[in-house]
Ligand binder design. Structure first.
Ligand code: ATP
Ligand code: MG
Length: 209
């Protein structure tokens, strides 16, 4: 007598297939977790033209602080009219902080003052990158300084290579230099699929700054 599977049989078979697939995934993940045994500072680059680079950087700093770690933040580009919401919070914690002076904006006015401000900000960054007490350092919008030639790329690479072994570093900004991408352990490129700005929405407090 031929046997036709019932709806219940089909559901059970589907469930078993799902369980088998999940088991395979788990075995795969477990194996990869077992292989990742190294503990050291990680260099992260968050680049690309989409929204979410700085918020990711600041979010990671917040994550570290939530674990009682110490952080340093240098902001290389900061509009004159907008304060930074994240920094208003982070300043209340053990965060070393430097904002590049001169109100450097996207539409740079004076190369000379910008260059001087960039050098000071880079000096502060180097201090943080050699500070054993800092668990994590965020260099927000630093990619532009390298692109403009305000900071020597070789110097950046040297400072990153010589930093404390356990220190994490995050660099954000568009068009990150190829050599920094090569040096980084983790690189994410944020792709713009849509942006409200393109539809005429101005930068919104709390969402964009
Ligand atoms: P966020 O600070 O929101 O994480 P971001 O760091 O990825 O953004 P930046 O390239 O630093 O973006 O740009 C700074 C400002 O420009 C932010 O206010 C951000 O919302 C806005 N912005 C980001 N991506 C775009 C885009 N593709 N088009 C227009 N404006 C953008
Ligand atoms: Mg940004």
């Amino acid at each position: 007598m031929s046997y036709l599977p019932t709806a219940a049989d089909k559901a059970a078979a589907k469930e078993q297939k799902h369980i088998d697939r999940q088991k395979k995934i788990k075995a795969n993940v477990d194996q990869r977790i077992a292989q990742a045994t190294e503990e050291r500072g990680v260099f992260v680059v968050i680049t690309g033209n989409g929204k979410g680079k700085s918020t990711s950087g600041f979010g990671t700093v917040l994550r570290a602080i939530g674990h009682g770690q110490k952080a340093g933040v240098v902001q290389f580009i900061k509009g004159t009219q907008w304060e930074c919401g994240e920094m208003n919070i982070l300043k209340q914690f053990a965060v070393k902080h430097h904002v590049m002076g001169t109100g450097f904006t996207w539409e740079t006015q004076s190369t000379e003052t910008d260059l001087a401000a960039a050098k000071v900000a880079w000096q502060k960054s180097k201090e943080m990158l050699s500070d054993e007490t800092l668990d994590i350092v965020l260099l927000d919008e630093m990619t532009y300084m390298v692109t403009y030639g305000y900071i020597e790329l070789d110097e950046v690479i040297e400072a990153l290579n010589n930093r404390p072994k356990m220190q994490h570093v995050l660099i954000t900004g568009r068009a990150c230099h190829r050599r920094l991408i090569e040096l980084a352990d983790t690189v994410s490129e944020v792709q713009p699929i849509k942006h409200a700005f393109k539809a005429g929405v101005k930068a919104q407090k709390g969402l964009d700054w």
